[in-house]
Write a protein that binds this ligand. Structure first.
Ligand code: PFF
Length: 449
C-alpha cells in the first residue's frame, strides 16, 4: 500500500529499516572502539544512561514530527512552526541537517569501503589470490578510493529505487543475519585466552571516569550517531510510516535493537582486543593509548579469524560482508535525507538526485582520503560529537515548545487511541520540553569549560 511518496508496507519493514539505519558502523566500529579508549565499562554505563534518557526521547521527537508532516525535515519543521521566525529557523535546521548527513556519509563511505575490501580479501584468500588479498587489506590510497567509490555506487543504486523496493526489502532480509553472526562470534571469542581480561575492562566500571564531562559528551555523540539522530534521517523514516503505527512502541523497538547490538558488539570487540594482545599483536602505545583507533577492529578481528584456520576465512568473509550490508542500510538512510529534500522541493527525479548528490559526496570523501590524517578525525568529531546533538536539541525544542501539545497528542492517538492515559504521555512531553534540551546544553557547556 505504498502512496505516491512511498511508505513502509508493514511494522516489521519499518522497524527493520529504521533499525537498519541505526545499526551500522556506529555499533560495531564506533561504539566498541570508543568504549575501549574511554575506560571500557565507564563508557558503557554513561552510554546506556544517555541512550535511554536523551537519545530515545529525541528519536521520538523526530518520528512524531516526521509522521505528522509526511515530508522531509525542512518542510516538516516549517509545518509545525507558528510564525515566520520559527519557520525560518526550522527550515535552516533542516538544511544544516542534510549537510551534516552528507558529511557523515562522506567519512562513513570510507570506513564501509574498508569493510568491503576486507570482505573481498577473505574471498581472495579462499581462492588462493594472496597478492590481491594483501592489496585489499593494505589501506593504500588507490584501494581506499576504489572501495569507497564502489560502496557509494551501491548506496546510490538503492536510494534511486525508493522506499519499498530498495530500503525496506534489503533491511528486512539482512538485519537478522547480522544479529545471528554477532552472537556466534561472541560465543566463540569468549572461549579464547585473554578474553576474560577484555570482559573485565568492559564490565567493571571506574566510576571516577564516568563523571568526566568529556566522556559524557563523547557518549552523547556516540548515542546520537548510533540512533541516526540530529540529521533528519529518523524524521524522514517517520514520514514514510503509516498512521496506524503506535509510535512510542516502534521507537522503543528500534532503540532496543540498536543499543542491544552496540552492547553485543562490545562483547565481541573488547575481548577480541585482549585476545589479540595475548597473541602479541600491538594494540596499546607505551602510554597506554590505543595505537590506531580508526582501524582497531581491522587489526583485532582479522587476528581472531586467523586463529580459526580455514574456517576463519569463511567466518571473516561472512562477517565483513554483513558489516558492509549493515553499513549500506545506514548509508542509504543518510543519502535519503538530501535526496528526499531535493525531490520534494524541486521535483527532480529520484534517480538523478541520488546520482548527483552521491557523486558530490564522493568528491568530499576523496578529499578526506587525500589528507586523511588531518581531515578524517575532524569531520567525524564535528559532525557526530557536535552537530548531531545540537540539531537534536532543536528538534526537541520544536516538539516540546513550538508544536502545539494537542496536535502532538492527536498525532500519537492515530496509532494508539489510549495513549493519553499511558506512561509515555505522562513523562515524554515535559521530558522533551525541559530535561532533554537542558541536559544536552549542560553537557556542551561543561565540556567547553
Ligand atoms: N546509525 C548509524 C550507525 O550507527 O552506523 C550511523 C548513521 C546513520 C548516522 C544515519 C546518521 C544517519 F543519519
Amino acid at each position: 500500500m505504498a502512496s505516491a511518496r512511498g511508505e513502509f508496507s508493514s511494522r516489521f519493514g519499518f522497524v527493520m529499516a529504521a533499525a537498519g539505519s541505526a545499526v551500522g558502523l556506529g555499533n560495531i566500529w564506533g561504539f566498541p572502539t570508543q568504549a575501549a579508549s574511554n575506560g571500557g565499562a565507564a563508557f558503557l554505563l554513561v552510554y546506556l544512561v544517555v541512550a535511554f534518557t536523551l537519545a530515545y526521547p529525541a528519536l521520538m521527537a523526530e518520528l512524531i514530527i516526521g509522521r505528522h508532516a509526511h515530508a522531509n525535515a525542512v518542510s516538516a519543521l516549517r509545518q509545525v512552526a507558528n510564525n515566520r521566525g520559527q519557520r525560518l529557523v526550522g527550515g535552516l535546521t533542516g538544511i544544516v541537517g542534510f549537510v551534516v548527513a552528507s558529511l557523515i556519509l562522506s567519512f562513513y563511505a570510507i570506513v564501509a569501503g574498508w569493510m568491503m575490501a576486507f570482505c573481498g580479501a577473505s574471498l581472495a584468500t579462499l581462492s588462493g589470490a594472496e597478492d590481491l588479498a594483501a592489496w585489499l587489506t593494505s589501506f593504500s590510497l588507490e584501494c581506499n578510493l576504489l572501495s569507497m567509490a564502489v560502496f557509494l555506487a551501491l548506496t546510490i543504486a538503492i536510494v534511486g529505487k525508493g522506499v519499498n523496493d530498495g530500503i525496506e526489502r534489503w533491511s528486512s532480509r539482512l538485519m537478522p543475519a547480522l544479529l545471528l553472526t554477532l552472537v556466534l562470534l561472541v560465543a566463540y571469542v569468549l572461549t579464547l585466552d585473554g578474553a576474560l581480561q577484555g570482559l573485565k575492562v568492559y564490565l567493571l566500571p571506574d566510576f571516577s571516569r564516568a563523571l568526566a564531562p568529556d566522556l559524557i559528551l563523547k557518549a552523547l555523540g556516540a548515542a546520537f550517531f548510533s540512533l541516526s539522530l540530529g540529521v533528519g534521517t529518523m524524521l524522514i523514516y517517520g514520514s514514510y510510516l503509516d498512521d496506524r503505527q503506535n509510535l512510542p512502541l516502534v521507537g522503543g523497538m528500534v532503540t532496543a535493537v540498536d543499543i542491544g547490538i552496540a552492547v553485543l558488539a562490545g562483547f565481541l570487540v573488547l575481548p577480541a582486543m585482549y585476545v589479540a594482545l595475548h597473541n602479541g599483536v600491538e594494540i596499546f602505545s607505551a602510554g597506554g593509548q590505543l595505537i590506531s583507533e580508526d582501524t582497531l577492529i581491522f587489526t583485532v578481528l582479522p587476528d581472531l579469524f586467523a586463529r580459526m584456520g580455514l574456517a576463519g576465512s569463511v567466518v571473516s568473509l561472512f562477517f565483513f560482508f554483513l558489516m558492509g550490508i549493515a553499513a549500506l542500510t545506514s548509508s542509504i538512510s543518510m543519502l535519503e535525507v538530501p535526496v528526499a529534500y531535493t525531490v520534494e522541493t524541486y521535483g527532480t527525479g529520484r534517480k538523478q538526485a541520488a546520482v548527483a548528490i552521491g557523486c558530490a559526496i564522493g568528491v568530499v570523501s576523496a578529499v578526506i582520503l587525500l589528507d586523511f590524517a588531518d581531515l578524517f578525525g575532524l569531520v567525524v568529531t564535528l559532525t557526530t560529537r557536535y552537530s548531531q546533538p545540537l540539531i537534536g536539541f532543536v528538534f526537541c525544542i520544536y516538539a516540546g515548545w513550538i508544536w502545539h501539545r494537542d496536535k502532538l497528542l492527536q498525532e500519537l492517538r492515530k496509532g494508539n487511541p489510549e495513549v493519553a492515559s499511558g506512561l509515555f504521555w505522562k513523562i515524554w512531553p515535559w521530558w522533551v520540553r525541559f530535561f532533554c534540551p537542558a541536559i544536552i546544553l549542560a553537557i556542551f557547556v561543561q565540556s567547553l569549560l
